[in-house]
Write a protein that binds this ligand. Sequence first.
Ligand code: SF4
Length: 459
Amino acid sequence: MLLRHTTPHIQERSALTINPAKTCQPIGAMYAALGIHRCLPHSHGSQGCCSYHRSTLTRHYKEPVMAATSSFTEGSSVFGGQSNLLQAIHNIFSIYEPDVIAVHTTCLSETIGDDIPQIIAAARDKKFIPEGKYVIHANTPSYVGSHVTGFSNMVKGMVSYFSEPGPQTKTINIIPGWVEPSDMREIKRLCAMMGTKTILFPDTSDVLDCPQTGTLEFYPKGGTPIADIQRTGQSQMTLALGRTASLAAARELDTKCKVPCEALELPIGLRSTDRFIDTLRRVSRVDIPASLEDERGRLMDIITDMHQYFYGKRVALWGDPDQLVSLTEFLVDLDMRPVYIVTGTPGKKFLSRIEKALQGKVPEAQVREGANADMFLMHQWIKQEKVDLLIGNTYGKYISRDEDIPLLRFGFPILDRIGHSYFPTIGYTGAMRILEKILGLLMDRQDRDAPEESFELVM
Ligand code: SF4
């Protein structure tokens, strides 16, 4: 009983979060920045923040995560971090030679009120930024938002600094939202199957899922080239996948370069993938290839064959809003019952998006977002009425152990398993992987609990 103090009695709280269902804003900014080719993320704050952000990404992706820090001391905490950042920009371009430094702030530098654009301008005046190199920034105070808003802010920053208007091309921008490198690769594969010309940004495939070659590349071959991000201002349109993580950047592109945008939920599960593929079909004016219809057909076959194991199963979910919305819709389509849903990422629209995903089929569902939507509340709900399955990040393993409920690891961070960064959950094949994992957990549990007389060889 690791969480032995959790009581089923719920006391409404206004100023206390216990075991948050989110992580810190700069982690998202760092992850997004790694999706630009030859970019070195820079944490403007103390060394401790940067170490925590790097280690969380490294533990999830099992890859080295490079980032620099302004290394605040007591002096910079009082007088501001301008001189530290100026020195850092000079050192980084001299020693590590990135094409771009992506600066994000932390709680401390935000509280001091450091003006990052002014510091970047000062660095340019001092000729600390070499010709053809860039410094971009995003404000990411962690006492508001979460790693998802940090990601969103940094992607918006990429548009603000890089995108340039020009004669329109037939290219479509895709902002993939916070998904795994494997998912970004899968989005590119689906677009290639549809014959759609795209610019995907950011793109962490081949950055955080690199093959082992025996040589450490400081800047791996992946990441969206800066020239491509500059050209996003000339594209036909932008598809923002996942409103929370992607819509702000898409709207910025519309405002800055008059590139219209459309927002879709993340293509996780059957129907949201259908909507994604149909949108590509519509905007590219092409037919859906037979090979893609076959992928969908295989997914439908699994759903039909195994429906009896999904039916009526109660599920608790936690994590990032964009994933939760699509996952909820998929579970409802499988006739499962997502009854408890929490995200620590604030956003009032989340509740209406989840309501739509529930399709009026799970009236008993309890949904919460923001500071008090934490793992403690989730555990209390589960103590009041149990569920059959947990779906969320590694922080749910304590509830899983205490309540003896199977856990499907999904989302960020996953600190104690591998596979999530290599095998996509996006698209039809990704949905098949989700189904395989859910079925494995439910059927293992059925085998474990079956009395001898009904322990079946064939299921
Ligand atoms: S919450 Fe603030 S102080 Fe803590 S690691 Fe994140 S940015 Fe740093």
